[in-house]
Design a protein around this ligand. Structure first.
Ligand code: UD1
Length: 426
């Protein structure tokens, strides 16, 4: 099942027309984190009372997960950029049409299983960035006492009650850690997740559940303890800022030889990105909740390996590859999180970049002079990388299938144009 993308207006085959060689200058404000908001909206299903999420980003993935929770019977009402969530789960099998639109749909298994005792959902298949199995999620649910079976491409999880357990993750999967936390939040007894993911979004999800009366401690470390409670109550919550959106603008600033202050960030979450930008010759200054980035000299080549947090994020791989294509010398990037996340490479070479992949390694020869042309976005971050490439390139570029970018970047065209980019949507 590949991810079907439509933008929030329900359109496909959108394009961005970009005039290149524009320096980005000024201030830009980051929205709330997509990867925090998606599990938090799923976890809202755990509550028996009203939940209000503030500062929701207007991005397509958020619209899809909202439709998905509506589809199983939960009522939601938007009020400005807040979402008011109420009601009980009435349907254990969400519509396949919605589920197939985002992989994060799988995050509703944990909460629906915990609250409803039964859930049936289409298994995610391969998508543009690798096979992405869900075995660790399912092993976790089974360890909590759920009965897992497969029926016509769906996974069915059933449990009269979930019971706390010790769960060791073979890999610190972000989604599996989140799904298990959500299921264990209403289980009887205590669950320990060992080798848990450390991502800031896991801490945010835990803080959100704790704000409803949950008992989770250790989030952000590799052992998370979840003491199940009988019921979760009402809350109001605002998620953390998006470190990947922030990192994308930081790289765009350095790539365009611009000078940008990225506001509403937690600099601690961007240590790996800042370190690599500094190594490459950019200036990066952190203030309380801002990061200033500029570049005056040439880009220096760097070595990068993507890793789970606090390592360099795989979600920034495509963007930094683009930036390094103009470095004075060869850079090597090794992708350790997803086995096949290189769809942008082919498009970048069509713009003049000298890049090749060998297995999970990307060799970026550098010294490229990018030239604008027609390119295709294949996924969200590949799309963001092509936008950075188009900003750096000589002449006009057309980014086809730009609806992929709308999945995760709020008002990116407006935000970039305010910094001096020349981008038109059509
Ligand atoms: C989340 C993020 C995504 C990011 C990724 C890694 C959300 C909504 N998405 O995705 O943007 O790129 O973390 O930082 O938060 N794996 C298994 N078995 C499993 C689960 C995962 O083998 O049951 C493997 C995956 O195939 C992949 C690796 O673990 O190779 C990392 O995946 P995971 O951390 O689960 O990523 P997601 O939660 O899907």
């Amino acid at each position: 099942m590949s991810v079907i993308t439509k933008n929030k207006r329900g359109e496909e085959n959108l394009e961005l027309v970009v005039n290149g060689k524009r320096r980005l200058n000024g201030e830009i404000t980051v929205s709330s984190a997509k990867n925090a908001v998606l599990p938090i909206l799923a976890a809202a299903l755990l509550s028996s009372e009203q939940v209000i999420i503030h500062r929701l980003p207007q991005i397509d993935d958020v619209s899809v997960i909202t439709e998905l929770i509506n589809n199983i019977g939960i009522q939601t009402r938007a009020q400005g950029d807040s979402l008011i969530i109420n009601g009980d789960i009435k349907k254990y099998k969400p519509s396949y049409e919605l589920v197939k639109r985002i992989r994060a749909s799988f995050l509703i298994i944990g909460p629906v299983l915990a609250k409803n005792g039964l859930v049936r959902i289409a298994l995610p298949g391969g998508c543009a960035i690798g096979s992405r199995p869900v075995d660790l999620h399912l092993k976790g649910f089974a360890a909590l006492g759920a009965d897992i079976s497969f029926n016509k491409g769906d996974v069915v999880a059933k449990a009269d009650k979930l019971i706390g357990s010790h769960i060791y993750l073979d890999y610190p999967s972000v989604g599996a850690t989140e799904n298990i936390i959500m299921a264990a939040a209403l289980a009887e007894g205590t669950t320990y997740i060992e080798n848990a993911a450390l991502e800031p979004e896991i801490i945010d999800l835990s803080n959100f559940i704790n704000s409803m009366g949950g008992k989770i401690c250790g989030a952000g470390s590799n052992v998370i303890k979840i003491t199940g409670v009988k019921e979760l109550k009402k809350t109001e919550y605002a998620p953390i800022p998006d470190r990947i959106e922030a990192g994308t603008y930081m790289i765009a600033a350095a790539a365009s030889k611009g000078e940008v202050t990225v506001k509403n960030v937690i600099p601690e979450h961007l240590k790996a990105v800042s370190a690599k930008l500094i190594e490459s010759g950019a200036e990066v200054e952190e203030k309380n909740n801002e990061i200033y980035v500029c570049r005056h000299g040439d880009v220096r080549p760097v070595y990068i390996k993507t890793l789970p947090y606090p390592g360099f994020p795989t979600d920034m791989q495509a963007q930094i590859t683009t930036y390094l294509s103009i470095a004075k010398g060869s850079s090597i990037l090794s992708e350790s999180v997803f086995e096949n996340r290189f769809m942008h490479v082919q498009e970048l070479t069509r713009m003049g970049a000298d890049i090749r992949t060998e297995g999970r390694t990307v060799i970026i020869k550098g010294s490229a002079e990018l030239t604008g042309t027609d390119v295709y976005a294949t996924d969200l971050r590949a799309g963001a990388a092509l936008l950075i490439a188009a900003l750096m390139a000589k002449g006009k570029s057309v980014i086809h299938k730009s609806e992929h970018i709308d999945r995760g970047y709020e008002n990116i065209v407006e935000k970039m144009n305010k910094l001096g980019a020349e981008i038109k949507e059509r």
